[in-house]
Each structure stands twice: as C-alpha cells, then as structure tokens.
Design a protein around this ligand. Structure first.
Ligand SMILES: Cc1cc2nc3c(=O)[nH]c(=O)nc-3n(C[C@H](O)[C@H](O)[C@H](O)COP(=O)(O)OP(=O)(O)OC[C@H]3O[C@@H](n4cnc5c(N)ncnc54)[C@H](O)[C@@H]3O)c2cc1C
Length: 387
C-alpha cells in the first residue's frame, strides 16, 4: 500500500495548482457576478492537457485515469476555482464515450473534449422523477432512420456553454415492450430543444437550466453506442467518475476554505498580542474540519485507485462514500471558515462566503446524501429498501 502519487501525478498536481492560483477565487467570483464563464481558465486547462488527462492518447488525451482527473478537479478547487463542468464534460461524457461510444462517436467528440474546444453536458434529472431514475419520462421513439425525443429535464448544468447534451431517455425494447434507458448526443442547437435558465443561489460562473425537448429529431447515430443495449452500461459508466470527481472538487474547496481561514486566524489579533487562532474555540473547529477533509481525500484516493484498476463494483461503494464524506467535509469547512473570520467571513473580499451555496448544493447534487446513505444501507449493510 502506498499513499504517494507517482512523479507524473505529483507534477500534474503542482502544474494544475499553479494554473489555478494564476486565476484564483477572485477571478471565479468576478466571472460569476458578471454572468460570464471561466472561458480563459477552461481554454488554458485544455491547452495544457488537463481537461483530457483521462482520455485515451489515440483521441488526443493524456491516457491517464480518474485519479489524474480527480487531481485536476481538486487542485483547481483548492485554488478557489471549483469548476462543476469538469465533473460533467471530462468525467461523465468523456468516460461514457470512451467506454461505450462507437468509434465514429469517439473520433468526433473526444479530441474536442480533450483540448477543451468542445463541451458535452449531461441531462438525467427530471422534474417528476427526481432521485427516482426509474420514473424517467423522456422518451425516444424511432422516427424513419432516426429518433424523436420528447421530455423535460431540470437543473442541467452548463447547457449554455456546451455543444451537445448527453440526454438520458427511454426507448421501447422491441423484445419486451418495456421502456429501457438509452443515451443520446443532442446538439444544443437542435430544433425542438429549448431551455430556460434557473435562478440559483450559488455564486458560480456555471448555470443550471430547465430543458424542454419537443419533437427533437435526431439522426440514427445520435444514439450513444452500437445499439440500444449500450444504454444501461453507458449510464452506469458515468456514475463512478462523477462521484469521484465531484468529491475531489469538494475536498479541494474544503482545503481552500481552511487555508483562507488559517491565514486569517493566525494573524488576526483582538485580545492583546495573541492571534484569535490561539483560542481553541477558533482553532479546534478548523482542525476538526481539516481532519474531515483529509479523511475524504483518503477515500477519494481509494475510490479512484479501484476505479482505475477496473474494479467497478468496489469503486462504486468507495466512490459513493467518498462523495458523501467530501460533501459533508466541504460544507463543514466553508461554514467553519466563515465563522472564524467573523464579519470578514461574510464579505466578498475574503472569498469564503462566496462558496456557501456551492458546498450546500454539494450535499444534494449530483446525488444527494440521503440517496448515498440508502445505497450504503442496502449494498453494504444488507438492509431492505424502503422505497
Ligand atoms: C447545482 C446543481 C447542479 C446540477 N446539475 C445537474 C446536471 O448537470 N445534470 C443533471 O441531470 N442533474 C443535475 N442536478 C440535479 C441533481 O442531480 C438533483 O437535484 C439531485 O439528484 C436530487 O434530485 P431532486 O432535486 O429531484 O430531489 P428529490 O428527488 O425531489 O429529493 C428531495 C429530497 O428528498 C430526499 N429523498 C428523495 N428520495 C428519498 C429516499 N428514497 N430516501 C431518502 N431521502 C430521499 C432527497 O435526498 C432530497 O434531499 C443538479 C443540481 C444542482 C443543485
């Protein structure tokens, strides 16, 4: 057992950290408040190869795994730039395409995802179905040589920045007549696809949308994979990378908040010559948060290692646990940072309250803490399902 990164992973961590610090949280917040995107940071990350670290080299990527992508997510977040679209485009879409796309789909999309010139976002959540994926109501019907899609999706991140949306729909299985899941690569400018932006209480340059699919006509090759049978495995292929990278983003955000807070509490003096950090009522909550973040990081490393070793089932358990732990730790770290900074904690200038909305959302999305507890209760503890 080793807890060390390889020299290449170490170099990647240092290089991404340097890029993140060049932009910093001030840039992230400025873009968010201006209603703009982190276009420059995304382009630099693509040019330097960080967006494609997990994409096979024959499609222009770095040939690494989710361990490398988790490093990218964590370090950018630790520099104050938690980019949610990393979780959607390189983690979910690129993995699904690499593992289950046709050769033609891989050639068409992966090089652009690797260099950052293309973004593919992911749409599964629906207003009626919510956490219950079995109730998905977006349906794809055969239409001539192609498909006709109808349905609604909600909270879909980054549609305004993306070229395509990977839409989870259902098709009729001709052998059983039952609806089974299938994934479709839908161009964001497809006729019949409209969107409305949701007002979210999150300081973020990335937006969420309601999507309306009204008779969206697609060619046959918009179906992801060689046949309808690719649907379910493709959907599951995206889940572990999603959980692991969103956890990494949470851990990075937690580190960022603790670092900001520690700098402040070690220099701020309001009672004679002692720093406020010398009071254990201030330092212990910070130390407690640091322990929680570090525990989450260990679990992320385990989950990524299992995933990259092809041990998908074990990675599923570890990835869910990592996501849970990191979501809780990030929320604790940011809340604690706000508290120990006092009034400064609520200012934009000190850059911690700006993360409250994002870390709160991290306990809900992309999978809620309750649904993870359900998963652990059923699959680890052998408990019956209540729903
Ligand atoms: C910032 C943000 C970005 C997002 N981006 C995307 C995206 O890009 N693509 C996408 O498809 N979706 C996205 N989502 C949606 C997200 O995945 C869902 O919000 C999440 O899965 C929860 O679904 P819901 O909101 O419908 O909650 P509901 O399913 O309505 O659940 C509400 C509450 O009830 C709890 N609950 C529900 N069922 C159970 C149960 N059986 N046991 C215990 N508790 C239960 C839930 O945990 C939750 O706390 C995003 C959401 C947010 C906030």
């Amino acid at each position: 057992m080793t807890f060390d990164l390889t020299p290449e992973q170490d170099q990647l961590r240092d290089a991404v950290r340097a890029l993140g610090r060049r932009y910093g949280h001030g840039y992230f917040v400025e873009k968010a408040k201006a209603g703009e995107h982190t276009t420059e940071l995304w382009a630099d990350a693509g040019r330097l190869g960080y967006l494609g670290v997990n994409i096979p080299t024959e499609y222009g990527g770095g040939g690494g795994g989710i361990t490398e992508l988790a490093i990218v997510c964590e370090e950018l977040a630790a520099a104050g730039c938690p980019l949610l679209l990393l979780v959607v485009s390189p983690a979910i879409a690129a993995t699904v395409l690499s593992r289950h796309g046709t050769e033609e789909q891989r050639k068409r999309h992966l090089p652009g995802l690797a260099d950052g010139s293309q973004k593919i976002v992911f749409a599964i959540t629906e207003p009626e179905a919510g956490s219950n994926f079995h109730r998905l109501g977006t349906v794809a019907r055969p239409d001539g040589d192609g498909w006709l899609l109808n349905g609604r999706k909600c909270y879909i991140s980054g549609v305004d920045e993306a070229d395509h949306v990977l839409v989870v729909a259902r098709t009729e299985d001709s052998s059983t007549g039952k609806l089974k899941p299938a994934l479709f690569l839908v161009p964001t400018d497809a006729a019949g696809l409209t969107r409305s932006k949701l007002d979210m209480e999150i300081v973020s340059p990335e937006n969420q949308f309601l999507l309306y699919l009204d008779d969206v006509r697609l060619p046959a090759d918009a179906l992801l994979g060689e046949s309808l049978d690719a649907g379910l495995p493709a959907l599951f292929a995206g889940l572990n990378p999603e959980r692991i990278t969103v956890a990494a983003m949470g851990a990075g955000t937690g580190r960022y908040a603790i670092e900001r807070a520690s700098e402040y509490t070690s220099t701020r003096k309001v009672w004679g010559g002692r720093s406020i950090g010398s009071h254990q009522g201030v330092s212990h909550p910070l130390a407690h948060a640091a322990v929680q973040v570090e525990l989450a990081r260990l679990m992320i490393q385990k989950a990524a290692t299992l995933y990259d070793a092809g041990r998908d089932l074990e990675a599923g358990v570890a990835g869910n646990m990592a996501k849970y732990a990191a979501g809780e730790a990030a929320a604790l770290a940011v809340d604690t940072a706000v508290q120990v900074l006092g009034g400064a904690g609520m200012t934009t200038e000190y850059g911690v309250a700006t993360l409250l909305g994002a870390v709160r959302a991290g306990r809900i999305a992309p999978v809620s803490r309750e649904m993870i507890l359900n998963f652990v209760a059923q699959h680890v503890l052998g408990q019956d399902k209540s729903y």
